[in-house]
Design a binder for this molecule. Structure first.
Ligand code: CTP
Length: 425
């Protein structure tokens, strides 16, 4: 849909019904905030925009009033505004305050505890999380006094959203760009999410693997990585220390996760096996290529023959290998099936020694590859089976992580794979 901000498949359910104050200050990036306000409203939030006087030099309050569906607050001592919704009520009702773009001037005022306009007054009065997204010229951003003010705000419990690096409106290049709306929404969602996985190190795999045939071709599958990226994003939001091992994917990795990019199944195996020992949870959402060409041609295979035969050899089963590692961790597998979904998934759960198998029929509408929704059945080693309705991949991720959390709490030792793991190289 034109103009709709992609949230990377995220449903942002956590924003539904929440009151979010968006504070807009006087930087050129103020013009980008229309998208963020609109996306917050689309995610179900009640958005109240506060603009500073300088912000009005760049954009008009009418823009944000139209997009938020609420009057824009501007002046602390405006009798009409105060009678509609007073500044203390604004501060009290907010579930979160997002200040974006935040100028160096406003950052300094916030760091000093000043309250000389409506926005800074509301920030002082609120007890909700405050997120600050600096956006300015690179030299201003790197000025030690700005860095010191930001560090002070972090020490005071405020969240500072790091600016993007790139071409800036002032003509310079470097850090100082306001992040896109989906990043800002993700940060607000994270601020509103309980950190119930903060003691867990979670390793997630995502995407397909590519098995090269020659320098220009490979065997791949249709996985986009959306489910694995959603798991990494939601786990990180819930406070986990997340490592994401990703096969080739066009998706933007969630901020704050340790991203390891791999191409082939064997590269994925190396990356995962090295890190799995230290993980409390391993979630294999990747669609690992089962076979690879026996020979990788050094040069491009030419179109000279009418028929050619490809010989393939089986790749290592990464999930089954993890279950043989020493130590305890919760293991989650995915079973992408086209028929007899639950039966196949149960068999894989036993064979690969996992605690929880997430089964889905990849041929079902709204499920499987490259869509933002999924329909899964969660099958546990204990015998518990939960069929979930169609939901966004972020919500599926949340449901999986809820189960993972209770499995971690019950600290079951990792079951050893039922069959011997054959590692072929
Ligand atoms: N998996 C893995 N290593 C492989 C193949 C699969 O770790 N070489 C993992 C997947 O990441 C997934 C689970 O095993 O979590 C099941 O993958 P799936 O493709 O459904 O099953 P396969 O074991 O490949 O069996 P089949 O293709 O015959 O259905």
């Amino acid at each position: 849909m034109a103009g709709v901000v992609s949230t990377g498949g995220a449903s942002m359910a956590v924003l539904t019904g929440k009151s979010i104050i968006v504070g807009i200050t006087g930087g050129i990036a103020a013009y980008k905030m229309g998208e963020t306000v609109r996306a917050l409203v689309q995610a179900g939030a009640n958005v109240r925009v506060i603009m500073t006087r300088a912000a009005e030099e760049f954009v008009t309050p009418l823009t944000f009033q139209t997009l938020s569906g609420n009057p824009v607050s501007r002046h602390t001592f405006d009798l009409t505004e105060e009678s509609q919704i007073g500044h203390i009520r604004l501060a009290d009702e907010a579930d979160a305050v997002l200040i974006a773009p935040a100028t160096a001037n406003v950052i300094a005022k916030l760091a000093m505890g000043m309250a000389d306009d409506l926005l800074t007054t509301v920030v002082l009065a609120t007890q909700s999380p405050v997120l600050i997204a600096p956006a300015m010229n690179v030299h201003m951003y790197e000025n030690p006094v700005v860095a010191e003010n930001l560090a002070r705000l972090v020490a005071l419990g405020r969240t500072v959203i790091e600016p993007d690096t790139g071409f800036l409106a002032c003509g310079y290049e470097g850090p100082g760009r306001l992040p896109d709306a989906d990043v800002l929404l993700d940060e607000v969602s994270a601020a509103l999410t309980a950190k119930d996985l903060s003691d867990s190190r979670v390793l997630v795999t995502a995407g397909p693997t590519w098995e090269p045939l020659d320098p220009v071709r490979h065997i791949a599958n249709r996985s986009s990585g959306k489910m694995g990226y959603a798991l990494a994003r939601v786990a990180q939001r819930r406070g986990a220390d997340v490592t994401l091992v990703s096969g080739p994917s066009a998706l933007t990795p969630p901020r704050g996760v340790d991203l390891i990019r791999v191409t082939t199944a064997r590269e994925m195996e190396d990356a995962v096996m090295r890190r799995a020992v230290a993980a409390d949870v391993v979630i294999m959402a990747a669609a690992v290529g089962d076979y690879r060409p026996t020979v990788r041609a050094g040069r491009k295979i030419k179109r000279t023959r009418d028929e050619i035969e490809l010989k393939l050899v089986r790749n290592p089963d990464i999930l089954a290998s993890i279950s043989t590692l020493p130590g305890t961790r919760v293991l989650v597998g995915f079973a992408a099936e086209t028929n007899d979904v639950v039966a196949h998934a149960r068999r894989k759960l036993q064979a690969k020694g996992v605690h929880l198998m997430v089964a889905n029929d990849v041929t079902a509408p709204d499920a499987g590859f490259d869509v933002d929704t999924n329909v899964v059945t969660l099958i546990e080693r204990s015998g518990r089976v939960d069929g979930l309705d169609t939901m966004s991949k972020d919500d599926v991720a949340s449901a999986i992580l809820d189960r993972v959390r209770s499995l971690v709490a019950s600290q079951q030792p990792a079951p050893v794979a039922a069959r011997r793991v054959r590692r072929r190289r």
